[in-house]
Ligand binder design. Structure first.
Ligand code: APR
Length: 236
């Protein structure tokens, strides 16, 4: 990690009154949760794009459910790391901190972050594939099937599906009002989530990227390191 870049990032942070942290799978990688793209993203030879779709669920429900069962086990065994904790502690300062995450694992919340916008839903809940009702609202009956007859599925957003409207609106509002964006561990290729960074760039908001293999092309300050190290140093 470059000393001069880190010093600049710390200065930007000190001057910030409203920080948005935009996080992806690389944030959770240091907790042992595999990322989606790259070699460790494979599960039994399948890529996430082949499993995380309504069509995959409709054609082979068992396979998709099994993949999520495995992912839930990984998430349940994982612990938030020092980077998650350092970010959560920032909330105790005068600075407003909003986390916009593409992750579905709840690790930011477990670390203590209280203002977390989950763009891609949560793996920790189930909802009906037909009527959308969550498991909590439909406690009776078969855990795999909703009382409307639809199949229960993980409460995440699959490829080709719309983002939860409330989360999307909250994310747009935060990006429109913040004065600093910290982008951590995302390949920034999945839309519409990645378009939030375009909005920030258009607003000329300073963007700090933390990623061992940086990807952003807009003018940014880059900390080429793992999330756990970058965030610990930045907030330390
Ligand atoms: N620290 C920080 N960044 C890391 C680390 C680490 N320890 N390890 C890997 N990375 C970076 C990679 O270099 C890559 O740029 O994290 C990024 C992970 O990219 P993806 O696997 O594409 O994850 P993400 O961007 O979150 O994917 C977006 O795609 O599959 C869908 O819905 C799913 O939310 C997900 C979305």
């Amino acid at each position: 990690m470059g000393g001069a870049d880190l010093a600049t990032a710390v200065r930007w942070l000190e001057n910030s009154r409203f920080l948005v942290a935009f996080t992806g799978a690389g944030m959770s990688a240091d907790s042992g949760v595999p990322t989606f793209r790259g070699a460790d993203g494979l599960w039994r030879g399948y890529r996430a794009e082949e499993l995380a779709t309504p069509a995959a669920f409709e054609s082979d429900r068992e396979k998709v459910i099994e993949w999520y069962r495995w992912r839930r086990e990984v998430v349940a065994a994982a612990q938030p790391h020092r980077g998650h904790q350092a970010l959560a502690r920032e909330e105790t300062t005068e600075r407003r901190v909003t986390v916009i995450t593409q992750n579905v694992d709840g690790l930011h919340q477990r670390a203590g972050s209280s203002d977390v916008i989950e763009l891609h839903g949560s793996i920790l809940i189930n909802r009906c594939h037909r009527c959308g009702r969550s498991r909590e609202d439909d406690q009776k009956g078969d855990p795999d099937w909703c009382s409307c007859g639809g199949a229960m599925r993980p409460g995440v957003v699959w490829f080709g599906e719309s983002l939860p409207q409330q989360a999307w609106r909250a994310a747009e509002t935060a990006i429109a009002a913040c004065d600093l964006v910290l982008v951590v561990g995302t390949s920034a290729v999945v839309q519409p989530a990645a378009s939030l960074l375009e909005i920030a760039a258009t607003r000329r908001i300073p963007i700090i990227e933390v990623n061992p293999r940086p990807v952003l092309t807009h003018p940014v300050l880059t900390l080429s390191c793992r999330a756990v190290d970058g965030l610990s140093e930045l907030f330390g």
